[in-house]
Design a protein around this ligand. Structure first.
Ligand SMILES: O=c1[nH]cc([C@@H]2O[C@H](COP(=O)(O)OP(=O)(O)OP(=O)(O)O)[C@@H](O)[C@H]2O)c(=O)[nH]1
Length: 632
């Protein structure tokens, strides 16, 4: 009886390992698997920024490696494999994904980053099941998963580092080390599957095979949970015992947890069914937010924006807080991946992670600081009255702030400049983080003038003029906003950006070729929006465009949960799907031409009005080079 009955089930099948890694070959052949090796030609060049989490990147690369071999073999090798196995190993530290070093300097950079710290090793694995439909068509079904192992490195001296690099061992290994050989000497501890670090999570692989090949025949379809994303793969056992993988079906239970995984928060592991990981992550969500808010409010990330980092005592002194409290805050921030703690000459110092330096330091060009303070000071109090909001179906401004919300800039409560500036700073933050993606979402080369309705400080407008040298942008916003914008002067002066004061519900809008409504529509009811859209429709001249930017809900209104969570504290507005925005605008003659999901905080839609004989609208800007969903 072989150790693993599943492995024996594969005997008689053509199993292919799509990998050149000698370690994977060794691990699988030691387990008794019989297979051929056909290294994949797939280049590991996927854009890492497109993946929410490193495990997704590793899984997708593994999938592409395996599929490349599965598709090549029938033509180049003149045989179709039954099963192709692909894998990809990456190391993650400080929010970075490390693969194999490109040269010695690269290995040095990787290893010195790992020195004295705990990091994660993810191996993504894809099992491609091939089935000949007929002599010329093969059907491929993919089951994929990943495994994470934590590894802690000892402090490495320069001498050790270079000695190890000069041994030549780092060069073909993820993260620049081989734990199974000399690299083992650098490691203080390993938490999780050791073989996963070496390049193949054998135990998890066998479990996965077991799920595929040992599904009880009683029920027609069985769910196999994939560890990395929210898809289930349905496995159907046919009467002759063969396995048939049906299409992926979405499962709700994991989504909110994954979306909640900001920076270092650990991914919920789904393979232990007896532990409520996802619920625990949800439970702790408020603590995570409040840790970020407090560290931002106390300007911890500004204080730590120094090259060498600071000791606990130095941070506590600079933020004027107790030693014990500061230590707890810094340690929590380290655990969330916002800060790192390193040993320098026998003392521990704290420093910002790269993400913190980029997004949390106040004067960074893409700082979220203003938005974070808005969440702390304005949104948090509203959420502490969520139960009443749900019972009453109303906004909780009165309970939270002692005043009903009319309009941020018209209500007495908001008359304080400080409150207005904080609100504007929040909008300014979001505009700076999303501006470039929105400005480049579509080909806007046929527009020469734009009007950013409710454009606040002009941060979005500056991104549009930067991206389009021919474009001038007018910001149209309330007089109070225009007055206060002097607090947000841009670094560079751009004469193509101008400001006009007015109320978009009451006053005439400036004339423009392109109107921009970024983060405006979700705030208002359909009835109110009809006022604005009718006005816009009347202003419209042939060839005009309307760029709407919002968080777009999917058609079933289930994701992203960020949009639905935001709606919980909204006053009269509502979050809408692409189709709902399209229907709303259609009533005023606007036709949705393109949609772009930016993978940033806001998505974008481009509307036009197609009037007969309007050649410029129909033939206007080219969209050939742009990745958008064509909606015609
Ligand atoms: O401790 C160790 N960590 C990692 C390794 C080896 O590193 C590589 C990881 O690279 P990748 O996943 O891209 O796989 P390749 O080697 O390029 O082969 P493919 O053909 O599958 O692309 C992997 O070989 C691990 O075994 C190690 O040895 N020790």
């Amino acid at each position: 009886m072989p150790l693993n009955p599943v492995i024996s089930k594969l005997s008689g099948k053509l199993v292919v390992l799509a990998s050149a890694s000698p370690r994977r070959l060794e691990i699988l052949s030691n387990a008794g698997l019989r297979f051929e090796v056909v290294p994949s030609w797939f280049k590991e060049t996927l854009d890492k920024s497109l993946f929410k989490h490193p495990c997704e990147y590793a899984v997708e690369t593994a999938k592409q490696k395996a599929l490349e071999v599965a598709q090549r073999m029938p033509f180049k090798h003149l045989k179709t494999p039954d099963i192709v196995i692909g894998a990809d190993t990456v190391v993650t530290v400080d929010g970075l994904i490390l693969e194999k070093p490109t040269d010695k300097q690269d290995a040095y950079r990787m290893l010195s980053r790992l020195s004295g710290k705990e990091h994660s090793v993810f191996t993504g694995v894809a099992i491609v099941i091939c089935r000949d439909k007929n002599s010329s068509v093969t059907d491929y079904k993919v089951v994929d998963f990943y495994e994470e192992t934590k590894v802690k490195f000892a402090e490495l001296s320069e001498e050790m580092l270079w000695e190890y690099i000069n041994s030549g061992e780092p060069m073909d290994k993820a993260g620049g080390y081989g734990i199974q050989a000399l690299g083992g000497m650098l490691v203080e501890y390993v938490r999780g599957d050791f073989l996963n670090v070496v390049g193949f999570p054998l135990n998890h692989f066998c479990k996965q095979l077991g799920s595929i090949f040992n599904s009880p025949p009683a029920s027609p379809a069985h769910k196999i949970k994939r560890d990395c994303d929210e898809a289930w793969t349905l496995v159907n056992k046919t009467t002759n015992g063969d396995v048939e993988l049906l299409e992926n079906v979405k499962d709700d239970s994991l989504t909110s947890v994954q979306e909640q995984n900001v920076m270092g928060l650990e991914f919920a592991k789904c393979n232990r069914q007896d532990v409520p990981h996802s619920i625990i992550s949800l439970l702790d969500g408020f603590k995570v937010s409040k840790t970020l808010f407090t560290a931002s409010k106390l300007k911890v990330f500004d204080v730590l924006n120094t090259p060498g980092g600071l000791t606990l005592e130095e941070v506590a002194g600079q933020i004027n807080a107790s030693l014990l409290g500061t230590e707890r805050l810094l340690e929590a921030a380290v655990s969330l991946g916002l800060l790192e703690r390193v040993r320098q000459e026998e003392i521990s110092v704290y420093r910002n992670t790269e993400q913190a330096s980029r997004f949390l330091v106040t004067d960074s060009p893409v700082s979220l600081h203003g938005y974070i303070l808005h969440c702390n000071d304005m949104v948090w109090p509203l959420f502490s009255h969520l139960e009443s909001a749900v019972r009453e179906g109303t906004s909780q401004h009165e309970r939270a702030f002692g005043k009903k919300k009319e309009d941020v800039f018209q209500d007495v409560y908001y008359s304080k400049d400080e409150v207005k500036i904080r609100f504007m700073d929040a909008m300014h933050s979001i505009a700076r983080v999303t501006g470039k993606d929105l400005a480049t979402a579509f080909d806007l080369s046929c527009y020469k003038t734009a009007c950013d309705i409710g454009g606040c400080t002009g941060a979005m407008a500056y991104e549009f003029t930067k991206a389009h040298p021919e474009l001038s942008v007018t910001i149209f916003d309330l007089p109070q906003v225009i007055e206060m914008r002097r607090h947000f002067q841009p670094k560079e002066n751009d004469e193509r950006v101008s400001f006009v004061a007015g109320d978009f519900f009451k006053d005439d809008l400036p004339k423009a070729d392109l109107y921009i409504l970024a983060r405006v529509l979700h705030d208002w009811s359909d009835e109110k929006l009809h006022v604005l859209l009718s006005k816009l429709s009347k202003m419209w001249t042939p060839g005009c465009g309307l760029l709407v930017s919002e968080i777009l809900l999917d058609e079933e209104r289930r994701r992203p949960s960020r949009a639905l969570l935001q709606a919980l504290s909204m006053t009269e507005g509502k979050q809408r799907s692409t189709a709902e925005y399209s229907a709303l605008l259609d009533k005023h003659g606007f036709t949705l031409k393109h949609v772009k999901h930016t993978d940033n905080l806001l998505d974008a839609m481009l509307f036009v009005k197609e009037e007969q004989n309007d050649k410029r609208t129909l033939l206007g800007c080219s969209s050939a080079s742009i990745e958008t969903a064509e909606l015609e």
